[in-house]
Design a protein around this ligand. Structure first.
Ligand code: NAD
Length: 240
């Protein structure tokens, strides 16, 4: 029987790849994001349900859960780079809002109707497990996501639900392209040199393919992962 799967931030990058993989596996996929056009591009005739919602908006998130989901992937996120001294309060608040508050709201609403076998999966980051000199807000938010995941995992354990995090290093998506562009601009490097700098922390010295992150999500959502709970699964070529 097909499961009901929700992917937030489904209009691009990792979320798009996750949504398409679940749809190809025959699950009933709902994707959500801020722009219908991007969601429809993800779907492109795959039979997904597209719903516009901003994950930082409590009422919009609540409205997504008019019927319960079996698998909920809190994927929406992002953040700008910069050192602490130049970080504005507005940037700090925005980064915490989408990554941390968005995951909180998504999981809280998801739990209202979720039954045994349910799966909560957060798209965290290697920045959940280590700091970075130019990502103080993003790392703080993603560390927070892991604290939330580990706590929710304990709360839901007896209900047969699991709550886990996937922690990728730099993945080949628009977000990584943005990071490469920022390094290029900051240090006056060529695109190749900037990319080499961005992947320097990955022992495999390359960007991670979205499909390599998808594989981890598919596993955590599967019955095979029924005893994996409160885990941070690093998909980083050995960075962590
Ligand atoms: P992306 O920018 O392509 O995707 C992020 C998605 O989230 C976009 O579709 C965006 O529109 C959506 N989004 C942003 N704010 C939102 C909001 N308030 N409400 C609803 N949707 C919103 O980037 P991505 O690389 O696919 O990132 C997906 C997740 O993976 C993020 O949580 C990101 O932090 C995490 N991640 C990415 C990388 C990477 O290198 N790309 C590495 C580790 C973790």
């Amino acid at each position: 029987m097909s499961r009901r799967v929700l992917v937030t931030g489904g209009g691009s990058g990792i979320g798009r790849a996750i949504a398409r993989a679940f749809a190809e596996a025959g699950e009933h996929v709902t994707i959500t994001g801020r722009r219908m056009e991007a969601l429809e591009e993800t779907d492109s005739g795959r039979g997904m349900t597209c719903r516009v919602a901003d994950v930082t908006d409590e009422a919009q998130v609540a409205a997504l859960f008019d019927a319960p989901f079996d698998v909920v992937i809190a994927n929406a996120g992002g953040g700008s780079a910069g050192k602490l001294r130049s970080l504005t309060l507005a940037d700090w608040n925005a980064t915490l809002a989408v990554n941390l508050t968005g995951t909180f709201l998504t999981f809280r609403e998801a739990l209202r109707g979720m039954g045994a076998g349910g799966r909560l999966i957060a798209m965290a980051s290697t920045a959940s497990l280590k700091g970075g000199a130019t990502i103080p807000a993003y790392a703080a938010a993603k560390h927070g996501v892991l604290g939330l995941v580990r706590s929710v995992a304990l709360e839901v354990a007896k209900k047969g639900i699991t709550c886990n995090a996937v922690c990728p290093g730099f993945v080949d998506t628009p977000l990584a392209a943005q990071a490469v562009g920022a390094v290029q601009e900051r240090f006056g490097l060529s695109e190749d040199d900037a990319r080499a700098q961005v992947v320097a922390d990955n022992p495999m010295a390359r960007l991670i393919a979205p499909e390599e992150v998808v594989a981890a999500v598919i596993f955590l959502a599967s019955p095979a992962a029924s005893m994996v709970n409160g885990h941070a699964l690093s998909v980083s070529g050995g960075e962590i």
